[in-house]
Design a protein around this ligand. Structure first.
Ligand code: GLY
Ligand code: MN
Ligand code: MN
Length: 487
């Protein structure tokens, strides 16, 4: 009786809850037809008689019974639009026959589960996923019964497994189980040479290829479609607006944490869901740590503040850096370093042209920076090996902040960053007047027939334009909160 009541309650809950799905939710995600067309594009690039297999991203634990906010694997999302966990997609190069007809893809997804949905939110289930344009959709539990003979394919292509998937013992069809089933079905071994002698008679499949698929996906993803560009441009413009608002709001008494908060508040106000990567806000010497994410210095003082931040909008992430003086005016040394990075960036951006080598802008920028550092007496010759700029300049952005690509030549509708920098940490082998200056300027550049288009241009880059923007009134100057310590 008691159990019956619970079942009825859960059923009622599911029905009511399902009823409210889809109301007041954003509608500008990638369309079902985009994902379908991308699966067709993948099929066209696959070798004959092959199957490509994609797994959803793993759920990652934060602490105890709390997980990190789930983020779908970008390749998986690109091909499906499915944002849930514990699922696997198989794409076949040619139609496969079964007694129920032909199919060219199989999709195993999370089943609906009233109890799980009460705790963790709505699931689409088989019916919901069919509405997304998939014909052959099954619950994950059925994957164990898949009747595909994998040995008949010339190639089984997938990305090799990382050893970071936990087994949720209560779920018989979680990612761990799906991978385990798949490994058994294809006779997978990590490396035959590492197998114990006793296992050497196990049949090892020779049709497995764990490299090819990332190359194919990079080729698909490196050039953006019109639909992707709408979302990517929006992510970049939102991020640039975050930079503009902080330019107006910043003062030396602010903390790095508060600066980060203002950026992220602006993103969310524009409707961006997440940060595309951990926000970097480093004042002074902290700006010299390339991936500084503590952002916990209590006071910016009169330092330069390096802010590398990107909003994620409907899956697409920007990657924009501005470096600005906390007090609104560059000191002589700060300006000399800043203007040198700016000059290098400008020269590099000009080389974001169709047919040009992707490596060229970085080489140009490095030459300019090295010549500048010699003139300023920071290094002795342009050939000096130094650590004042240790990273590259140009990576694709998209569903990943470091989006996959082949990194050969620029093509129309690619979007890449241009991000030179100079970092002179305290204690460097140069005049101490330069110490604690870290500068990076990073913009997101669209390649077009008419030349490079700077998508993040709304945020000023020239030193005098930054100073001008910093003199403007800020909406945040009136945003004060009660003092918690005041009695
Ligand atoms: N925000 C990471 C990068 O600039 O590549
Ligand atoms: Mn970058
Ligand atoms: Mn960046």
């Amino acid at each position: 009786m008691y159990t019956k009541k619970i079942v009825i309650a859960l059923l009622l809950f599911t029905t009511t809850f399902s009823f409210s799905q889809g109301k007041d939710l954003p509608k500008d995600f990638l369309s079902n037809s985009f994902h379908k067309e991308r699966r067709a594009a993948l099929r066209a690039k696959m070798p004959k008689n092959s199957v490509a297999v994609f797994f959803a991203n793993a759920t990652r634990n934060r602490a105890n019974d709390v997980d990190y906010v789930y983020h779908q694997d970008p390749n998986f999302y690109y091909l499906t639009g499915y944002k849930e966990q514990n699922s696997v997609l198989l794409v076949f190069s040619e139609d496969q026959q079964s007694d129920k007809g032909s199919f060219n893809e199989l999709f195993y997804i999370q089943r609906r589960d009233a109890r799980a949905e009460m705790w963790n939110g709505y699931r689409l289930g088989v019916e919901g996923v069919k509405k997304m344009g998939f014909k052959d959709v099954f619950v994950g539990e059925e994957f164990a019964n898949i009747s595909i003979d994998f040995s008949k394919f010339d190639k089984i292509i997938f990305t090799d497994f990382k050893n970071d998937v936990r087994d949720d013992k209560r779920n018989k069809a979680d990612l761990y189980d799906l991978i385990k089933t798949f490994k058994t079905k294809i006779s997978y071994q990590t490396s035959t040479s590492k197998m114990p002698a006793s296992d050497k008679n196990i049949k090892v499949a020779t049709n497995i290829d764990v490299r090819m698929l990332s190359g194919i996906m990079a080729t698909l993803r490196e050039v953006k479609t019109k639909e992707e560009l709408v979302l990517l441009k929006k992510a970049v413009r939102i991020s640039a607006m975050g930079q503009v608002e902080i330019m107006k709001a910043m003062h030396p008494g602010m903390s790095e944490t508060e600066v980060q908060g203002i950026h992220e508040f602006v993103y969310k106000k524009y409707g961006a869901e997440y940060e595309g990567y951990p926000s970097i806000v480093g004042a002074g010497n902290n700006g010299c740590i390339l991936h500084y994410v503590e952002n916990n210095k209590l006071s910016l003082n009169n330092d330069l503040v390096l802010m590398d931040l990107g909003a994620e909008y409907r899956g697409y992430t920007a990657d924009v850096t501005r470096t600005i003086p906390a007090n609104g005016k560059f000191s002589k040394e700060q300006k000399l370093i800043y203007d040198l990075v700016y000059e290098a960036q400008e020269a590099g951006i000009a080389q974001y042209v169709i047919g040009g080598k992707i490596s060229t802008p970085g080489q140009t920028a490095r030459r300019i920076v090295n010549e500048g550092l010699v003139k300023l007496g920071i290094i002795k010759t342009v050939n000096d090996r130094h650590m004042y700029w240790a990273h590259g300049t140009s990576h694709h952005i998209g569903l990943d902040v470091h989006d996959p690509g082949n990194y050969k030549t620029f093509e129309e509708n690619m979007v890449l960053t241009m991000e030179p920098g100079i970092y002179i940490p305290d204690g460097s082998d140069c005049d101490p007047k330069w110490w604690g200056i870290g500068v990076r300027i990073e913009d997101d550049i669209l390649i077009t027939k008419n030349g490079p288009v700077n998508l993040s241009a709304d945020a000023p880059r020239k030193s005098d334009e930054i100073e001008k923007m910093m003199r403007k009134k800020s909406i945040f100057s009136h945003y004060t909160l009660p003092d918690l310590d005041k009695k």
